[in-house]
Design a protein around this ligand. Structure first.
Ligand code: DQA
Length: 145
C-alpha cells in the first residue's frame, strides 16, 4: 500500500470562508474526506496535514524520507517565495506533485512563479478540490511505474 503525504500550506485551513469567489465553499475537512475516500478506493494510505509555518512544512517533507512514498503539496503562497521548501524537496528522494486549487497562471503575475515547480514531478492546478483526487492518481501512477 502506498503511503501518501498530502501537505497543505498557509491559509488553507481557512478554506470555505477564504475568498470563496476564488477557492469555492469547500473546506479543508471536506477535501481531507475526499482524499481519504479516494485513498481507500485506490489502496493508498493518506496522511493529510496543514500548517501555516514554513519550518513545520519543511520538517514534514523531511519526514517523508522514512514515513511516506510520495507527497502532494499545496504550498499556498510559499509556492511563490520559498527557496527553503524547494531545497527540502530537492533533498529527499520522493516524488512530489505540486497542487493548486486555483489556476495560478490565470491570476496575478507573482503567482506565475513557482519554486516548487522546479523540483516537482508535475503540477495540477485549476480543478478545485477535484485536483487532489487527480494528484493522488498521478502519484499512484508514478509509484506504480
Ligand atoms: C493556492 C494558490 C496560491 O497562489 C495561494 O497563495 C494559495 C492557494 C491554490 O491552491 O490555488 O494560498 O495554492
Amino acid at each position: 500500500m502506498h503511503r501518501f503525504l498530502i501537505l497543505n500550506g498557509p491559509n488553507l485551513n481557512l478554506l470555505g470562508t477564504r475568498q470563496p469567489e476564488v477557492y469555492g465553499s469547500v473546506t479543508l475537512d471536506d477535501i481531507e474526506a475526499l482524499c481519504q475516500a479516494h485513498g481507500t478506493r485506490i489502496g493508498a494510505q493518506v496522511s493529510f496535514q496543514q500548517s501555516n509555518h514554513e519550518g513545520v512544512l519543511i520538517d514534514a517533507i523531511h519526514a517523508a524520507r522514512t514515513d511516506f512514498d510520495g507527497i502532494i503539496l499545496n504550498a499556498g503562497a510559499y509556492t511563490h517565495t520559498s527557496v527553503a521548501l524547494m531545497d527540502a524537496i530537492a533533498s529527499i528522494d520522493r516524488p512530489v506533485i505540486e497542487l493548486h486549487l486555483s489556476n495560478v497562471h490565470a491570476r496575478e503575475p507573482f503567482r506565475h512563479v513557482s519554486y516548487i515547480s522546479k523540483v516537482a514531478q508535475g503540477v495540477i492546478c485549476g480543478f478545485g478540490a477535484k485536483g487532489y483526487v487527480l494528484a493522488m492518481d498521478a502519484l499512484a501512477g508514478i509509484l506504480d511505474g
